[in-house]
Design a protein around this ligand. Sequence first.
Ligand SMILES: [Zn+2]
Length: 601
Amino acid sequence: MAFYLLLSAPAFLAGANNSHSFVIRNARVFDGHKVLSPADVWVEDGKIKALGTSLKVPSDLKTIDASGDTLLPGLIDSHTHAWGDALKEAEIFGVTTELDMFTDAKYMRQIKKEQAEDKDLDLADLRSAGTLATAPGGHGTEYGIQVPTLSSPAEAQAWVDARVAEGSDYIKIVIDDASAYGGHRPTLSNETLKALIDAAHKRGKLAVVHIGTQRDAHDAIAAGADGLAHLFSDSAPTPDFARFVAAHHAFVVPTLTVLEGVGGTASGASLTTDARLAPYLTGDDIGNLKRSFPKFPTAPSEKYAEQGVAQLKAARVPVLAGTDAPNPGTSHGASIHRELELLVRSGLTPVEALAAATSVPATAFHLDDRGTIRPGKRADLLLVKGDPTKDILRTRDIVSVWKLGVEDDRASYRASIEKAKQESAKAAQMAPPSGAEMGLVSDFEDGSPKTRFGTGWMLSTDSIAGGKSTGEMKIVEGGADGGKHALDISGVIDGALPFAWAGVMFSPGAEPFGPVNLSSKKNISFFAKGDGQTYRVLVFTASGGRIPAQQTFAAGADWKKTSIPFSAFNGTDGHDISAILFVGGPAAGKFDFQVDDVRLE
Ligand SMILES: [Zn+2]
């Protein structure tokens, strides 16, 4: 699971008014459960007003003729990790609701606040677990997000109450000792698992459990879990597995696409060559979709999970479509189309697969206002060419996506992706900027924040994204390695934004953010010292779009050299780098650090 830092506001205002009204005529309608013959759907003020044939509507109402097309409820991805541009990407591909299964609680609150103000109409609607429940050192603690862990059942109720106070919509619990992949990791005891589930139920919240093995799945269901956030792929399901789940009235989000990645197959590779999807994928998404997890000591097989899906279907267990984006082999939005394909490969009919991404999750998560096309429901809609109820791959042939009746501007998004790809390709053809050959960016010995090539160092804060963090840079005496000067960066991080930052930025090209080819270099190296806090290097690339990749470094009392390979920044080869930053944040408070001898080597 890769996490990204957002450097511009997540909310593009799609227009604060959602009073868009229109009628879609002659569409084949999949209403969330079944297929209706050609019908009209009348949308008013962001909701579905009527559904029927030859609907009588006001004569000036905008009419969309959808003959030959299929109208579906907006898709629901029941397992994601939302961050950065996730919700924008999701909506582009027809996913109008993401059920997040662990993210930064601050990010969750920020998005929910915007949603409550009717902003974010161009972003998928977010429901979120916020922080997850895991053991100290357990799965979920490895991503750089602070996770309050649990060691005993006695801590369960207070832990759950803290999540409820933060705004979590449901409780996500991790049971995984890594044995499914031949590893070892601490995990919660069955007693703590049970106590967490009971505590969640006491507060009226669903408890959804991440499991590794079939054994874990059995334990979670026995403990009263409402749903499993994954199926297992360590062993073939026992003949009574699905009946056991059915008897406990639980649902399952198999996440076949991520289990393919765990098994060593790049699940999303075929999406990157699908002409219906590829023009909407960023360079970074394409890279991630072609990736799988590193080889594990024991290789799990997604075939076991596919057998599990067939069994669950036979036992009438609710199966929900979820991707676990943005894990290796996945990306937000696009991967739901792969998951639907894999659910059909496992034995679901196309109609059952479509229900798994619409009405079934709406019922399982008590989202009563969506998931079906019925009068009174949200006008979260997806219009596609052809008939996905016969050929599931047709969900990729998207005509339009609406959230609360507001159509997503897919054409502009596609144009921005195209422009970034052209800039990236152009940069790859360029020679390195003159002055870059020696590799030195700055040693600050001339007493200025100049750089040997590019724009020079300049201040960068989250104020451009509506934040209140402040920063200051100045040349100070006493550089690294006996040098005379260094660059000092200080300020105050305001904790309001989940991605708060303040620091310095350098663009290696003549223009700020103009990408240049630095593929002849392999590393960024620099000396740093400071107040003992952890700081970040951010790298923007043209192919990565608006979201930079980041790595952290410590700045202690003495000068210390840090060298980070370009490849650590989302796998870039350096051919289209547009900016490099040293910043404090996102934790709130004062900060002060110095850098010197910044080099690209
Ligand atoms: Zn996950």
